[in-house]
Design a protein. Structure first.
Length: 329
């Protein structure tokens, strides 16, 4: 039976550093990402692809706000749904074209996905995730008064809206996704962590929140019982002492060892931290392997020749649980 990978691609797969995020730029980047994914399909893997949507949601919120005197504004959950469709379209088209050029026949579908959260999640009472543009103090106060936004100050750049970032408890469409994958379909799902919804009296309702895409991806990977959870980011490895003279890549490591590094502060919250936390969630729930790498090294990483490989404690080779190579920068 073919092995299944859940591949979580980062924002750099669509909008790279220094780009404005035009549709043409995103389409070109999607094509490059698709080429790497098709390499995995050639190797015989079945795939579920998840993705981020932070820049796109920020742009949608800004468009909605600036046009609010002419058309009704959109709530955050609807912006999340819209960007899932936007990104899903770009990725699905790029994948279809790359598959055709490779002579491979495979259906591709993008599933607008909802992630169930709890209103009782402590994060719902303590908004902490910045979204949207920066504002002056006067503009931020006006939005706080008129729209009830929670606002935080960034001393260097101004003020931003913050929203809750609760943990997802279930991917609502996971059975549909499973059926599609089992029927040989390449599935794009759970964009931006999924649309946050609560379930009340048997009904679903959207909430103004943002779900961490790596946490949602880890949950979906667990629910689908995939063989490998692969996180594509802008770094070819997970590094210890990142951007220091003692920087060194981790090639293979046990869950316990990387958890110790996480607890010691090696992986900041705004960088690699959430990815390592999500990797540990997957492994602690019975997952077999997590790979972290850049999409340029994706194929070689899955083949075992690149990237950081994180394994459950009972399956890491005892001879050399961790291979680190000093790299001075």
């Amino acid at each position: 039976m073919p092995k299944t990978i859940l591949l979580a691609i980062g924002g750099n797969s669509l909008i790279r550093a220094g780009e404005k995020g035009t549709v043409a730029e995103q389409a070109a980047n999607a094509r490059r990402t698709a080429a790497a994914i098709v390499g995995l399909i050639r190797d015989g893997y079945r795939l579920v692809v998840t993705h981020g949507n932070g820049p796109q949601v920020g742009a949608d919120l800004l468009r909605s706000e600036r046009a609010s005197d002419q058309v009704p504004g959109l709530p955050l959950d609807v912006c999340g749904a819209a960007t899932q469709g936007e990104i899903g379209y770009l990725l699905a088209q790029a994948l279809r074209n790359e598959l055709q050029h490779a002579g491979l026949e495979m259906s591709v579908v993008s599933v607008v996905t909802q992630s169930i959260v709890s209103r009782d999640d402590p994060a719902m009472r303590h908004p902490s995730k910045p979204i949207g543009p920066f504002y002056s103090r006067a503009d931020a106060e006006e939005r706080r008064r008129n729209w009830g936004w929670q606002i935080v100050e960034d001393a260097a750049r101004g003020y931003r809206r913050v929203v809750p970032s609760p943990d997802p408890t279930q991917i609502f469409e996971q059975k549909v996704i499973r059926d599609l994958v089992n029927n040989g379909v390449l599935v794009i799902a759970c964009g931006g962590g999924g649309i946050p919804v609560v379930e009340e009296n048997g009904e679903l309702h959207g909430v103004e929140a943002v779900i961490d895409k790596d946490r949602a991806s880890a949950l979906l990977a667990t629910e689908l019982q995939v063989d490998q959870f692969v996180i594509s980011t802008d770094a070819d490895y997970v590094y210890l002492d990142y951007k220091k003279r003692t920087q060194r890549p981790i090639r293979q490591i046990s869950a316990a060892e990387i958890k110790a590094h996480l607890n010691s502060g090696q992986f900041p919250t705004g960088n690699m931290g959430p990815k390592i936390e999500s990797a540990l969630r997957f492994l602690e729930a019975g997952g077999k392997e997590v790979i972290v790498t850049s999409f340029e090294h994706l194929l070689q990483a899955v083949r075992g020749n690149a990237g950081t490989h994180i394994l459950p404690d009972d399956s890491t080779p005892k001879q050399s649980k961790r291979e680190e190579v000093a790299v001075h920068v």
